[in-house]
Design a protein around this ligand. Sequence first.
Ligand SMILES: CC(C)(COP(=O)(O)OP(=O)(O)OC[C@H]1O[C@@H](n2cnc3c(N)ncnc32)[C@H](O)[C@@H]1OP(=O)(O)O)[C@@H](O)C(=O)NCCC(=O)NCCS
Length: 185
Amino acid sequence: MTPFEIRRGTVADAAELAELAARTFSEAFAESNTPEDLDAHLRATFGVAQQAAELADPDVCTLLALQEGRLVAYAQVRRKSAPDCVAIERPVELHRIYLLRSVHGTGLAARLLKEAGIAARELEGENLWLGVWEHNDRALAFYRKSGFKTVGNHVFVVGSDRQTDLVLVGPPLRETDQDAAREHT
Ligand SMILES: CC(C)(COP(=O)(O)OP(=O)(O)OC[C@H]1O[C@@H](n2cnc3c(N)ncnc32)[C@H](O)[C@@H]1OP(=O)(O)O)[C@@H](O)C(=O)NCCC(=O)NCCS
């Protein structure tokens, strides 16, 4: 398999990221939403202006994964207040981690998550937290094998549909760093 390259995104990546973000969201959730709700969410969330603003935001870090020069996945962490059930100091949200279906199961998600942890530490985070749709079984399996635990839930709105997201918290990022350091000694 052609290797993946992971790098930090810049505003110059906004157009390609917007396209990938809409495509990966649709691949994942088109079947479980009405076309109207999906379209409303895509229009509100993804577009050159939206992704350019995220890429320029100093409280957000976007990681891009490329294969043969083309974007195939991304992850995004952001410094943002967390729901009350996230009882940790200085939480940073794993806002998004999305791979094209063609690269699921390749180990790329674990590499992106590791880079997301490094970026979250740079944003002074102690732990990553995230929201994941309660019926997203593959993502839940991925997060659980990565050490995340459920701490509560909150509402996530797709178009006009109020859905339940489980809220998960990951292991302390300092421990993850120490594990990484041990691997390299
Ligand atoms: C979530 C995501 C990043 C995980 O990456 P991935 O490459 O698929 O993850 P992995 O293959 O390493 O891990 C998934 C695990 O779920 C398992 N799995 C697959 N389908 C499953 C299902 N329907 N139910 C339960 N477990 C499932 C896999 O076997 C694997 O476990 P294993 O490594 O023990 O075999 C990726 O699937 C993705 O981008 N999904 C679409 C977007 C998305 O849902 N993003 C998260 C939003 S919160």
